[in-house]
Design a protein around this ligand. Structure first.
Ligand SMILES: [Zn+2]
Length: 301
């Protein structure tokens, strides 16, 4: 069991095994990588690329993959996943970032969602392929991951959406294809609360059954600009972590804007003495390992 932080700022909180820095989040803004942190890059979700090249935005019969299109869970603009110039630029960027950090964690390395992309370029590629539309999308995603794997010399972790059933139809993602290239997966389970941990545990069990590589789960702690009243409580985070630990997750990441919010979470977690004691009864070795990890924070808080 390994625990990491997942931050927008290049700051490392104490008491974790590793740190992932969002060097290029979906806003498209680029930070300098840090040699002692992993780098996370959103590949096709990229507001800057979409603003500079509006004709690159992924298209569907339910409208473009633009922030504000409520047919989709899209909170940013997404570039077409076959756009050749964006693909080439991202390959070089990923190679450069990989050299300057501990390794590479990618997200949004697939189609925007179901029904994407029907732009002229995609239509032409699909017709030429001779494949069904869904199989053509899968091949586009997998072939690009293979190209990325050649560029990434260090650890490559592929983030996936928390949908174990429909990722093929929605994103063109085949977990077995990706497992050939990924060192590990990161299942992003962001939520403003984890009040019903049963559902998250069920998703974790689903992924444990399907994924052929180790997988992390990322939990939401405190995003940029959040109101402290609107974020998950330490009790919820401890409970959902324990439940997903017993379901077979290989580690967890905790998302915040900066390191001080990670420390706030650690402090609040340490104070939940009674809850941590009760959670000891929730499962075997992985649960005990997670709770031992949290108990170690007592020394640094
Ligand atoms: Zn397209």
């Amino acid at each position: 069991m390994k625990l990491g932080t997942y931050t927008f700022q290049p700051q490392k909180a104490q008491g974790f095994d590793f740190h992932v820095l969002r060097v290029k989040p979906e806003t498209g803004i680029r930070l300098q990588p840090a040699q002692d942190m992993y780098s996370n890059i959103a590949v096709f979700a990229d507001n800057v690329a979409a603003r500079n090249h509006p004709n690159w935005i992924s298209q569907s019969s339910l409208g473009p993959a633009k922030m504000g299109n409520n047919n989709y869970n899209i909170y940013w603009d997404v570039v077409c996943a076959t756009q050749p110039e964006h693909r080439a630029e991202q390959l070089n960027y990923i190679a450069d970032v990989d050299k300057r950090s501990q390794g590479t964690w990618l997200n949004s390395q697939y189609f925007a969602d179901h029904g994407h992309c029907i732009c002229a370029c995609c239509n032409e590629l699909w017709k030429k392929s001779g494949l069904s539309w869904l199989e053509w999308r899968r091949k586009e995603v997998t072939d690009y991951i293979a190209q990325i794997r050649e560029k990434v010399k260090k650890e490559l972790v592929l983030c996936i959406q928390p949908d174990p059933v429909s990722s093929y139809e929605r994103y063109g993602v085949d977990f077995d294809d990706l497992a050939k290239y990924a060192d590990a997966f990161n299942v992003v389970m962001f939520s403003k609360n984890y009040a019903t941990p049963w559902y998250w545990e069920m998703l974790a069990r689903g992924f444990k059954k399907l994924l052929k590589k180790p997988f992390y789960i990322s939990f939401y702690v405190f995003g940029p600009g959040d109101n402290p009243k609107d974020v998950p409580s330490a009790s919820e985070l401890l409970t959902v972590s324990v439940r997903c630990a017993r379901a077979g997750a290989d580690g967890f990441l905790y998302l915040t804007d900066n390191a001080s919010q990670i420390r706030d979470f650690q402090k609040a977690a340490v104070e939940k003495v009674e809850l941590r004691e009760r959670l000891r009864n929730y499962g075997g070795q992985p649960v005990q390992e997670f709770l031992d990890f949290v108990a170690n924070w007592e020394k640094i808080i």
